[in-house]
Design a protein around this ligand. Structure first.
Ligand code: HEC
Length: 136
């Protein structure tokens, strides 16, 4: 009888498992200890040389660089419809700068096409023309 003891234990455990039926809710064990910290959403970081653009000078960059062909911006008399309507979007400075540098979606990257100053200027212009803070 002593020899059977481990077997009885195994049977008890197995019986425990057999009570779960298909379709029953399965409760997964959750870790109770969290090591480290959950990464926060990264704020858009703008290289400092792109800040402090000249919005007035940026208007000419906007009209001569093709922005008008794809975007609507009343201040520049632009009626493009390929990209979002900037009057409605009112993008913050960091977003404009990052988008003009890198492009994305159907928009080309302007880094290399435009100088750092031109990118700074056109970004400040878009923000100012849509009522935002051109100094970010
Ligand atoms: C060939 C068409 C095209 C040209 C040229 C173009 N854009 Fe865009 N732009 C787009 C499209 C399409 C999107 C939407 C991209 C997306 O959904 O990811 C966009 C998005 C944007 C956004 C929104 C970014 C955001 O994160 O919401 C800004 C601001 C912007 N463009 C500014 C400009 C400026 C300034 C210029 C000129 C230097 C320019 N675009 C030239 C097509 C264009």
């Amino acid at each position: 009888m002593r020899r059977l003891a481990p077997l009885v234990l195994v049977l008890v455990l197995a019986a425990g498992c057999s009570t779960s039926k298909p379709g029953e809710k399965i409760v997964l064990p959750l870790p109770t200890t969290i090591v480290g910290t959950v990464p926060k959403a990264q704020p858009v970081t703008v290289p400092p040389q792109y800040k402090g653009g000249d919005a007035t000078a940026g208007k000419a960059v906007f009209t001569s660089s093709g922005c008008s062909g794809c975007h609507t911006l009343a201040d520049a008399n632009a009626h493009g419809t390929v990209g979002p309507n900037l009057d409605q979007l009112k993008p913050p400075l960091a977003k404009v700068i990052v988008q003009v540098i890198n492009g994305g979606g159907a928009m080309p990257a302007f880094k290399g096409q435009l100088s750092v100053k031109q990118i700074a200027d056109v970004s400040a212009y878009v923000v100012k023309a849509t009522g935002g803070n051109p100094n970010g």
